[in-house]
Design a binder for this molecule. Structure first.
Ligand SMILES: NC(=O)c1ccc[n+]([C@@H]2O[C@H](COP(=O)([O-])OP(=O)(O)OC[C@H]3O[C@@H](n4cnc5c(N)ncnc54)[C@H](O)[C@@H]3O)[C@@H](O)[C@H]2O)c1
Length: 248
């Protein structure tokens, strides 16, 4: 068991990649806080983990809301005494061409991805520093590396996460805390339009050398690597699990 007795927080874990990562961590022995805006979804994932013999706690939290994040971290600390692993996975898209994007669409995406990740980082880092151990995992995207049409907000946020990853890694290395980022490609509700809309799907698929969409289960092992001791000498890195889409 690679994460035996570790305590992990996975945000946006009510569905998609986050849910799969939460289950994968629990299978490896971690106690997993399943965090989502949607409490029913978080509780469903936590119940599945518990039914299969794991330990989990569903918590409702909007990562963009500082007070809710502090309360969430306090709840996890009260339940399990510490937090070893943070996966900043919660994310949204608000797609629009840049001349039509509203200030609200711009702000909402930055608030969830950047402010949300920062809120969660600050809520857990004090304990990690005290215990001289931590794993911070950010989720970026090919959009942050290559840019995406109709997603200037999302591309900016995901590029910002690359900077956060590197700063976090440099600042926290002295405390034995690593920070890495994953750029996933996966078949989840978030990517439904590009996977199903006739205007995009073939064009997009043509850009993936492996020639197919990934399942979240194929992405979860990368999250496990960055959470486990197998990556103890790896920090500040970005690993693209994207079927080769970002090969330059
Ligand atoms: N699916 C992909 O191909 C892909 C590609 C690159 C990056 N990503 C990134 O991976 C992460 C997960 O994506 P996914 O495809 O599983 O998404 P998804 O839409 O399937 O799930 C996202 C989850 O986050 C939750 N969430 C949204 N806003 C939140 C908030 N403010 N606070 C707490 N929870 C919130 C949602 O309720 C949902 O359960 C995101 O950061 C996304 O940007 C996904």
């Amino acid at each position: 068991m690679q994460l035996k007795d570790r305590v992990a927080i996975v945000t946006g874990a009510g569905q998609g990649i986050g849910a799969t990562v939460a289950k994968a961590y629990a299978l490896e022995g971690a106690k997993v806080a399943v965090i989502d805006l949607d409490l029913a979804a978080a509780n469903r994932v936590a119940a599945e983990i518990i039914e299969s013999g794991g330990q989990a706690l569903g918590v409702a939290c909007d990562v963009a809301n500082r007070e809710q994040v502090e309360a969430m971290a306090a709840q996890v600390n009260a339940a399990w005494g510490r937090i070893d692993i943070l996966v900043n996975n919660a994310g949204i898209t608000r797609t629009a061409m840049l001349n039509k994007m509203t200030p609200d669409q711009w702000q909402q995406v930055l608030a969830v991805h950047l402010t949300g990740a920062f809120n969660c980082l600050q809520a857990v880092v004090g304990g990690m520093i005290e215990r001289q151990y931590g794993r911070i995992i950010y989720v970026t995207s090919t959009a942050g590396v290559l840019g995406t049409i109709g997603q200037i907000n999302y591309s900016a946020a995901k590029a910002g996460i690359l900077g956060m990853t590197k700063s976090t890694a440099k600042e926290l290395a002295r405390y034995n805390i690593t920070a890495n980022a994953i750029a996933p490609g996966a078949a989840t509700p978030m990517t439904e339009t590009i996977r199903t809309d006739e205007r995009f799907k073939d064009k997009y698929l043509d850009r993936i050398p492996l020639g197919r969409w990934a399942q979240p289960e194929e992405i979860a092992p990368v999250f496990l690597f960055f959470a486990s001791d197998a990556s103890s000498y790896v920090t500040g890195q970005v690993l693209a699990a994207d079927g080769g889409m970002t090969i330059h």
